[in-house]
Design a protein around this ligand. Structure first.
Ligand code: FAD
Length: 201
């Protein structure tokens, strides 16, 4: 039987997508994600999606089942780790030079909660040990970002990953580019809360 024309299009899309990933990884100097094979796309297109044109979202030209069911691209431990480190290092980049007492408490509590609720038991248990040996340093932006870099390196070392030079942490995780201090870490205070512009309410 002759091939459905959509199958050829999807095969071409997969090849281009795999090739872009490989080139981007080379360009950024970062290895491909350990769970990904060079040339293999980030997600695969199921054969039913290929065969069934009604399964295609015409706006993005991606199969609907990828967008809706999300089954084709489960979040791996590595994905979760990268996303979490991105959040934490970004928070550290925004953390003020002179945090309030409440901000210091909040950031310590956040780390403590993370070590209990991180949805990877092995990682959470390990992080609890790391926190016990390395209490959170939250006295200033530099204290917190250097401490975070250090504990990330403890995890890196245990996984056999390269150690990141912590003197370069501000260059790697620069402050967010936000107008009118919209990305400032405000936190809460014990007696009053602050509105978006940092005014008491
Ligand atoms: P990641 O380690 O995720 O780093 C992302 C990016 O951050 C890197 O590309 C680099 O540019 C930058 N970076 C790297 N090191 C530093 C640093 N020290 N300071 C600043 N920036 C840096 N996985 C496990 O298998 N076992 C575990 O026990 C485990 N524990 C974890 C505990 C926590 C709290 C978190 C958040 C993750 C944990 N992970 C664990 C996941 C693991 O740390 C990685 O996120 C995952 O393996 C993906 O690694 P990666 O090489 O893509 O880069």
């Amino acid at each position: 039987m002759s091939e459905n024309p959509l199958q050829a299009i999807f095969r071409a899309f997969e090849q281009v997508s795999g090739s872009i990933q490989t080139h981007l990884s080379n360009f950024m100097g970062q290895p491909l994600h350990p769970d990904r094979i060079p040339g293999k796309p980030l997600f695969s297109v199921s054969s039913s999606s290929r065969a069934n044109p009604s399964n295609i979202d015409s706006t993005s030209a991606q199969p609907k089942d990828i967008l809706i069911k999300g089954k084709s691209a489960p979040v791996t431990k590595e994905d979760l780790g990268r996303a979490t480190w991105t959040f934490l290092h970004t928070l550290a980049a925004q953390y003020p030079d002179n945090p309030t007492r409440q901000q210091k408490r909040d950031v310590k509590e956040l780390m403590s909660i993370l070590s209990r609720m991180y949805p990877c038991k092995e990682c959470a248990d390990h992080f609890q040990e790391i926190l016990r040996a390395n209490p959170v340093q939250a006295g200033s932006h530099t204290d917190f970002s250097q401490w975070l870099c250090h504990v990330h390196n403890v995890v890196n070392r245990s996984l056999g990953k390269p150690i990141f030079p912590c003197e370069r942490v501000d260059a790697r995780w620069g402050k967010l580019d936000c107008e009118q201090r919209e990305c400032d870490v405000l936190g809460t205070t014990t007696t009053t809360s602050l509105n978006f512009l940092g005014q008491r309410r």
